[in-house]
Design a protein around this ligand. Sequence first.
Ligand SMILES: NC(=O)c1ccc[n+]([C@@H]2O[C@H](COP(=O)([O-])OP(=O)(O)OC[C@H]3O[C@@H](n4cnc5c(N)ncnc54)[C@H](OP(=O)(O)O)[C@@H]3O)[C@@H](O)[C@H]2O)c1
Length: 335
Amino acid sequence: MGALNDRTALSLPTGIIADAFARAIAAAADLAGATSPNPPVGCAILDAAGNILAVEAHRKAGGLHAEARAIAACQAAGTTGRIHTVVVTLEPCNHHGRTPPCSEAILSTPTREVWIAETDPNPRVEGGGASRLAAAGLSVRHLSELDHPDAGQLSAEAERLIAPFATWVTTGRPFVTIKQALDDTGSMIPPPGRKTFTSEASLTLAHSMRRRADAILTGSGTILADRPEFTVRHLPDHPGKSRILAILDRRGRVPADDLAEATRRGLRPILFGDIGDALTRLGNEGVHEVLVEAGPELMGAILAANLWDELVIIRRTRSDLPDQITVSRNRTKKG
Ligand SMILES: NC(=O)c1ccc[n+]([C@@H]2O[C@H](COP(=O)([O-])OP(=O)(O)OC[C@H]3O[C@@H](n4cnc5c(N)ncnc54)[C@H](OP(=O)(O)O)[C@@H]3O)[C@@H](O)[C@H]2O)c1
């Protein structure tokens, strides 16, 4: 009981922790799609009065992890001695990979408390950083125990952030997001001479979904009908990012010129005859999240085979109203 009281006395107010989680999640979300084969991770560091000392995110595989970047930012600002609380979207690592363990980096500072949103989903990692930090006497808390009205939403955002990596590292296949645009009649087919019918805001949403994906999956029907560019245009892309363009084309209808054009746009086109083969190959290529941008035939086949993880429906109702966006997660997918 005494220990619990001591720990509670150590903790910053829940509103400050919720705000720190929101900042760490936002920093990581901005880098989603840039970090594979590592997951996007964000970290906020606070002093004993609850002031933010640093907010950083992991930027690129091989580069510093979010916690190490945030600690380095404190060192650069001369505030390391004030570090009291570390708030991180993913359990700190406890192993020597391409960079030293973040648990040790945290223990080299005066940190008293660490808040973690998601535990490490990697089954190959035994004894993550949380137990190492707790064994060293730090207070280790989880977002799930945060008593704040925003805690549920923050947990959902942190879980979505790590979901593509968690799916890939546990199944070897990517997290499959389907984007489906529907007009006011429920049709997916654009009017003649047009490639889209949704609002500018929905196009920006669609391009932000492309931005965080490592691959796009489409069908020959969509390529032949629309010749989509499949590039990120309504917002800046991650510098140097290259995506696989997986095309289901059993009959070999996609002309070689279209593949050459896709390559010129920075995509890596690969043809497939089977959806399962495509997902296995994408997983082997290190793809964490694949965005399905296909017509009704291929999209229907992926839904029917229960191979999807998230379905984002963009529904145009009236031209003078915002499009309706619905996001659903598949809780019945196997493996
Ligand atoms: N509103 C939207 O969100 C949206 C998005 C994309 C496209 N579209 C529209 O969709 C229309 C095209 O529709 P679509 O249904 O023809 O396009 P699609 O689904 O992109 O492509 C159909 C092709 O995919 C392949 N395929 C489908 N199911 C498969 C399976 N189970 N296994 C292996 N390959 C499979 C087949 O190629 P083979 O026959 O060669 O084997 C099939 O002809 C266009 O008008 C486009 O504008 C709408």
